[in-house]
Design a protein around this ligand. Structure first.
Ligand code: GBH
Length: 451
């Protein structure tokens, strides 16, 4: 069936879902034997997280998972991307297993299956055990070794319940923004050489995740990584601007997508990094470059690019007043969905793509008359899905889409002020109220059409 002849219909078996991450929703940060994560530590450093908010309670999902899964089922969610908390399973990062943590995820995964919801499990969504950070965290190769043991444990424990595995979420957020002077835990400012080394250790961890799924995942197990490459959008869809945007996308995604998909660092990346290039053993790429089954992309925004002098890519800064969500980094640029999917498929030879996150952060007002009319979020997601539909029509192999997020949650350095949910959460009472966007998205999922 050509999707072009059925306007705004998505391909058969397209996977529609929602996404969350353990540290952002679970709470119970110190309950039932869970170890401290770097975010549990970081949110207690004055001035780091908006309003001094902590992850201690979050959405209390650890206790409310049954009703949360039932709510998902009522919305018609069929696919759910969640993450496992490494410090809940291995409180010290390696060594003794916390059985209560294993039991929690068994119960959660069983509940999902009982409601006909397929889990997509991310092994690492930034909540590094503090014990490993105390040894240097991602600066050290030993953290990738610890991850190997954690991945083995997770895959062996949940292999009968999980067939879709995602190794890491957004490498740049827990390397560059964590060790290179950004706003993510642990909030270090170590310079480019350390950042590049942390990237390399993350790539090794990814490789161990793939190996663990191949060794222990059982029949039908699939694995990929979720990345958030900077998406260069040609400011005008001319051959010259498209070529410039493509070239910049390739360069900026070499460090992660290039390493994984090509099984080596490009000369161009290594030359640009110069003395700050990572130290590595060429044999590392036997692990890093193992074939994966899909690529996950988190796409929220992008950058406009045009062909500058001699056709070289030129980034156009956003002018003051360019529309953004309430999250100030989230410039509204739905075409990033089209070009992100296209460039990733074209340049990296990916045969199966999933949009593992997309959404918008707004400071929604509390429900009035039982309703949250989040037309701004709905409108942006709808535009993004329109661009995704266009990409599929032009041949991009996109097999699914996960909206970030099921419900308002701990938005990292922005605390609880910034809301990405399609379900409103009142953090004082933990009352969940589906927003207008949730009602709309439920129809999209049900009909497989962009309404
Ligand atoms: C995703 O991150 C996360 O996976 C998810 O946990 C999060 O809740 C969600 O999106 C919404 O934020 O380079 O310092 O100028 C998206 C993270 C945020 C990463 C903006 C890059 C740019 C800030 N992106 N950030 S900076």
């Amino acid at each position: 069936m050509s999707i072009k002849s059925h306007p705004r219909t998505f391909p058969p078996r397209f996977a529609w879902g929602v996404a969350t991450a353990a540290p952002q929703i679970e709470g119970a940060a110190f309950a039932d034997g869970k170890g401290e994560s770097i975010w549990d530590r970081y949110c207690r450093v004055p001035g780091k997280v908006h309003n001094g908010d902590t992850l201690d309670v979050a959405c209390d999902h650890y206790r409310r998972y049954r009703s949360d899964v039932a709510l998902m089922a009522r919305l018609g969610v069929k696919h759910y991307r969640l993450s496992l908390a490494w410090p809940r399973l291995l409180p010290q990062g390696r060594g003794p297993v916390n059985q209560k943590g294993v039991d929690f995820y068994h119960r959660l995964l069983d509940t999902l299956h009982a409601h006909g919801i397929t889990p997509w499990v991310t092994l690492f969504h930034w909540d590094l055990p503090q014990a490993l950070e105390d040894e240097g965290g991602w600066r050290r190769r030993t953290t990738a070794d610890a991850f190997a043991g954690y991945a083995d444990l997770a895959v062996r424990s949940f292999r009968s319940q999980v067939k879709n595995w995602i190794t890491l979420n957004e490498t740049n957020c827990f390397t560059r923004l964590a060790y290179g002077g950004g706003d993510k835990a642990p909030g270090a400012n170590d310079g480019e050489a350390v950042v590049n080394q942390a990237y390399h250790h993350a790539m090794l961890a990814h490789g161990h995740g793939v190996r663990a799924v191949r060794e222990h995942g059982g029949r039908g197990a699939r694995v990929g990584i979720t990345d958030n490459p900077i998406v260069s959008v040609p400011v005008t869809e001319t051959a010259a601007d498209i070529a410039a945007a493509r070239d910049l996308f390739r360069f900026e995604s070499d460090r992660v997508l290039g390493a994984i998909c090509n099984g080596r660092y490009s000369e161009r990346y290594l030359r640009a990094a110069g003395a700050d290039a990572p130290r590595f053993d060429p044999r590392d790429f036997q692990l890093i470059g193992q074939p994966t089954d899909f690529l996950g992309l988190n796409i929220y925004t992008g950058q406009f690019v045009r062909a500058g002098r001699r056709g070289r890519p030129e980034i156009l800064p956003f002018p003051a007043g360019y529309p953004r969500a309430d999250s100030p980094w989230l410039y509204l640029l739905p075409q990033a969905m089209y070009w992100g999917a296209r460039f990733a498929a074209e340049l990296r030879g990916v045969r199966s793509l999933y949009i593992t996150e997309n959404g918008a952060g707004y400071d929604d007002a509390p429900p009035a008359g039982g309703e949250v009319l989040d037309l701004h979020r709905r409108e942006y997601v709808r535009q993004c899905l329109g661009e995704l539909h266009r990409a599929i029509g032009d041949g991009a192999p996109v097999d699914g889409y996960f909206l970030w997020s099921l419900m308002d949650n701990f938005e990292w350095q922005d605390g609880y002020a910034r809301r990405f949910g399609i379900v409103y959460n009142d953090f004082a009472t933990q009352k969940r109220t589906p927003k207008l966007s949730a009602r709309w998205y439920a129809e999209v999922m049900k009909t497989n059409r962009l309404l």
